[in-house]
Design a protein around this ligand. Sequence first.
Ligand code: CS2
Length: 476
Amino acid sequence: MPARLTRTGPAPKVGIVHLGPGAFFRAFGAIYTDEAMAAKGGDWGICAVSLKSPTARDQLEPQGGAYTSVELGPEGETRTVIGSIARVLVAPEDPGAVVEAMADPAVRIVSLTITEKGYCHNPATGALDPAHPDIAHDLEQPGQPRSAIGFLCAALDRRRLAGSAPFTVLSCDNLPSNGALVRGVVLDFARRRSPDLADWIEAEVPFPATMVDRITPATTPDDVAKLAGVTGYEDPAMVVHEPFRQWVIEDAFASGRPAWEAAGAQFVRSVEAHELMKLRMLNGTHSALAYLGYLGGYQTISETVADPAYAAMCERLWTEEIIPTVPKPEGEDLPAYAAALLERYRNPAIRHRTWQIAMDGSQKLPQRLLGTIRNRLKADAVPEGLCLAVAGWMRYVGGVDEAGEPIDVRDPLADRLRAASDGAESAEDKVAALLAIRDIFPEDLASDARFRDTVTAAYKGLTDRGARAMVKDYTA
Ligand code: CS2
C-alpha cells in the first residue's frame, strides 16, 4: 500500500471559509490562493466546509489539507502539491462549528462553489425558493443551518450582534451576476428572519461577482492509482484539470483579499461582459455537446468533438447564434476565444464526461442556452442549433437513450421532468409539458411559437433519426 501524501510545513492561518470543496474548487480557487500566499504572503488559509458529505474531509484531513493538482495538457502533465486548505469541516456533523468558523473575525472572505442548485433559487428568475426543503428547515431552525444561504445568514448575524466587521461573500459558481444573485437570496432569507439583520447585510456586506473558468473532470479511481504509480504516494484528494484557467473578479472586498492577481486573476469594475462570454460561449456549447453527444453515443467531450459534425456544430453555434448576443469584453477577441475553446475541448488528456456536464440541466439551461435564444428571437432570428440543444436536453431527461437503455438523469427536478415527459405521447405534447415548467422556461419564451415549433421539430428529428443525423443536418 503506497504511503499517504502528507503536508510539509505548518498549515496557513485561516482567513477564508470556503463552502463546497469539490474538485473544481481544488483545481481553481485553492490553487490561486496557494500561489497568492506564496507570492505575497497573508493569512489566507482556507477552512473548507462540506455541506453534505464527509468525502472531502476524509480525503483531505489525513493529509493535513494538502493534495495534488495534476495539470493535463496535450504535451504532458504537471504535478503540484497544494497547501492552502488548512482544515475541513462537515456541516451536517456539527453545523455550530461551521457558524463558529465563519463568525471568527480572522475570517474575511466566505467563498462558494456549491453548484447552481446550491443557491436554492428559481433558475428562471433568480429569486429564493422559500419552499426549498433546506430553506424551510433553516428558517425554522436558523441556528442549525443546512443550506449555504442559512449558514451565511447565521454567521453574519453572529458578527452583527458581536459588533464584528462583515466578511465578503464571493460566489464562484457559473451563474449570471453571481454576486447579485447570492446577495438577493441572502437578503430575502434574512428579511424573513430579522429585518434588522437584512438591513445590516444590505448596508455592510460586499457580494462581488466573479467569472470562473477551468475545465475540471471528476477525479476517478484510475487518476488516483496513476498518481500513486508515478509518485509512490496515495492521494485520494487529487484533482486533474486542463492547463487553462481564467478568474475575473470585481474588486469589492470588506477587509482585504489574497493577492490573487499575482496568480493571474483579473480585477475589473464589472464582470458582466466576461460572464456572458463564458456562460454562453463555453457553458452553452458544453451543454449542447453534453446532451447531443451523450445521445449520439459519445462518452466524453473530446470524443464528441472528434466527430467533425459536432465540431462544426460548435463553430456554427458560436458564429451564427451566440457571438451575435455577446458584447465583446475588454481585451477579448471572441472568434479567437471560440477557436481556443474548441482546442480546449479537443484535449485528449481530459476525460470530461458528457454525463457529468449533463447533470442539473434545469439549473443550467436558463443562463447557458435560454438567454441566448431569447436574444436571437428578439432580433427576429430563430437559433436552430440552440433549439436543437434544448430538444436534446428534453430527449435526455426523458430518461431513455437511443439504444433504449435507461439514462441516469441527475437533476433536482428529475422526477418532475420525467413525469412531464412520460405523461405525454406525442413530441408536441412532450415539448409543451416541459415548456410549461416555469422554474425553467419563462412564459414569454414558452409561448413563442417560433421557439416551440423549432424545438418540437428538433425533438421529432432526434426521436426519428437520432442525434448524430440531426447534428450533421445542422452543419450541412
Ligand atoms: C461544465 C462546467 O459541468 C459543467 O456544467 O460545463 O463545469 C465547465 O467545465 C466549467 O464551467 C469550465 O470552466
